[in-house]
Design a protein around this ligand. Structure first.
Ligand code: DC
Length: 224
């Protein structure tokens, strides 16, 4: 059973809002653990792809979510957290747009979300947890002491993602990314189960035009 006395800070919001970067920086500043819940959905999307599953086959994908072994490893040199899926390092693969789209599709299946419920809650360990996702404050940790909903305009998010992918040498266009982000927003906000929306008690931060440092400072201010 996760310890309910362990403090949790949730950071929810759409993709490209800077959640990943902000959550990591806030967790480091507080010395807390980090849950990247999107990576879990991406890992299941990746595993389903490896198994050649039809993503609309809810039963098969749910079985995949229940059986896929996902772990995170932090390299000693402080570089990017490695995501291990069924014994294979899938850190790079899960970040592709293909895996993001697969994650978004399977995340709409209620039994897939249920399969990942306990796993997400098990990250709640002393001295504290920063939980990054879509439904951290609404569904997984409704009792979290601090809840942030981080957003930014779709154009700004597309630009950030474009820059990230370019740096990795991946060929994409800004217009295509913007279309994908808008389509994913509609899907994530419109699904029947755990739709993307701020918790009633969340503080909304619009990071459009804000520096990473300014957003981190604003979140830490709320936590303290
Ligand atoms: O944050 P991300 O882009 O890595 O998330 C990938 C997909 O997973 C996203 O399209 C929605 C889904 N997701 C979710 O439904 N619930 C979460 N808590 C995290 C991610």
């Amino acid at each position: 059973m996760p310890d309910k006395t362990v403090p949790v800070l949730t950071i929810d919001g759409p993709s490209g809002s800077g959640k990943g970067t902000i959550s990591r920086a806030v967790a480091d500043a507080l010395g807390w653990h980090l849950l990247d819940s999107g990576a879990l959905y991406r890992a299941v999307g990746f595993a389903a792809g490896m198994e050649g599953l039809d993503l609309s086959d809810a039963e098969a994908v749910t079985r995949c979510a229940q059986t896929t072994k996902i772990s995170f490893r932090d390299p000693k040199d402080g570089s990017e957290t490695r995501v291990i899926v069924n014994g294979m390092d899938a850190t790079g693969e899960i970040r592709t747009e293909t895996c993001g789209a697969a994650a978004s599709a399977i995340a709409a299946i209620p039994s897939v979300r249920a399969a990942l419920f306990d796993k997400q809650r098990s990250f709640r360990k002393t001295p504290g947890l920063v939980a990054d996702g879509r439904d951290m404050g609404t569904v997984i940790f409704p009792d979290a002491g601090t809840k942030v909903f981080l957003t930014a305009s779709a154009e700004e998010r597309a630009k950030r993602r474009y820059k990230q992918l370019k740096e990795k040498g991946l060929g994409v266009t800004l217009a295509a990314l913007l279309r994908e982000i808008q389509a994913r927003d509609v899907r994530d906000a419109g699904r029947a189960v755990a739709p993307l929306k701020p918790a009633d008690d969340a503080t909304v931060i619009d990071s459009t035009g804000m520096s990473i440092e300014a957003v981190v400072a604003a979140v830490l201010q709320l936590a303290r």
